[in-house]
Design a protein around this ligand. Sequence first.
Ligand code: KIV
Ligand code: ZN
Length: 396
Amino acid sequence: MEPDVVRIFDTTLRDGEQSPGATLTVEEKLEIARQLVRLGVDIIEAGFPIASPGDFEAVRRIAREIGPLGKDRPNGPPVIAGLARANKEDIDACWEAVREAPRPRIHVFLATSDIHLQYKLRMTREECLARIREMVAYARRFCEDVEFSPEDAGRTDRDFLMQALTVAVEAGATTLNIPDTVGYTTPEEFGSLFAEIRRRVPGVERVILSAHCHNDLGLATANTLAAIRNGARQVEVTVNGIGERAGNTALEEVVMALHTRRDLFGVRTYIDTTQIYRTSRLVSALTGIPVQPNKAIVGANAFAHEAGIHQDGMLKNPLTYEIMRPETVGVPESRLVLGKHSGRHAFRVRLEQMGYHLSPEAFEEAFRRFKALCDRKKYVTDFDLEALMADFTQSS
Ligand code: KIV
Ligand code: ZN
């Protein structure tokens, strides 16, 4: 295990697909999985094989067709994981689906919070511990790589969570994933939970600790970063942050936070960041879930500047208003958007790019008319500028 590497476990095809309306066909899942290999993710959670014959087939084909790809990547071919509840039928189906991958993983989960045990599973804590021991050991009979997740860990009693994780390690789990299933925790709490697990769970140094956050309070990325600061070396994420309810931690946000603030985190990933934007577009197109314009990293406005002061700074040196260059994430270039907040500098540059070179007086008049137009229109396009320029003498 390289201590400074954070593994990227992409669950776009499993938890992400649980977004209302995001259902993907087998072929669409294969296309996204192929792109995830190009992106450089370490683990692809391809689906929940017991959920439907279609999902079983998708996981089986991803294991068979995508699993062997990426042999020349620094992190080798991807691990292909399938999800299973803690029962034999789920684990059998999961193994059947992932077994053809060169690097298969079975991901077993069982809820541990009292609210889930009492109302959903109708199980006592003792029964829960026994089930974890039995089912993690059962999965290990098939596969060397077994991940265990105590669902709703974020609301689980801490002492009981330590017991559940200890049992999972004893039974052979190789990754312990800590889900904040309902996005309830805060960064301080979630970070300290990881520190406590590292102090209290015997044998934890032999396994990989993983964070799985949901975004109900908008804290998924912050919580995931707090987990990394406290020893998590796998993070479970989705492209564009899609997932149940308010979604999962967004892959692009965590990866670019680690990349941009390496000075702070001191860890790296195997992600080829230049593939981020392309992956985002593909997932949005195939799931039909649009990306909000102000979405960090991949939103349409993430590298767009409208205010005059910002545009002036950008034209002098882009680092004045951008902490990362758009090309780093595969966005072709920054955009200076012309609107009522824009200043003379950006207006002049755009006109010159379009081939208009005006005298000082004509420029002032054109700028006055441009501002008047901006008060009537939300966006001023190049077509609007062409129309505006029709009244001016031009030379190009
Ligand atoms: O959010 C969650 O608890 C999950 C588990 C199945 C890992 O998605
Ligand atoms: Zn989840």
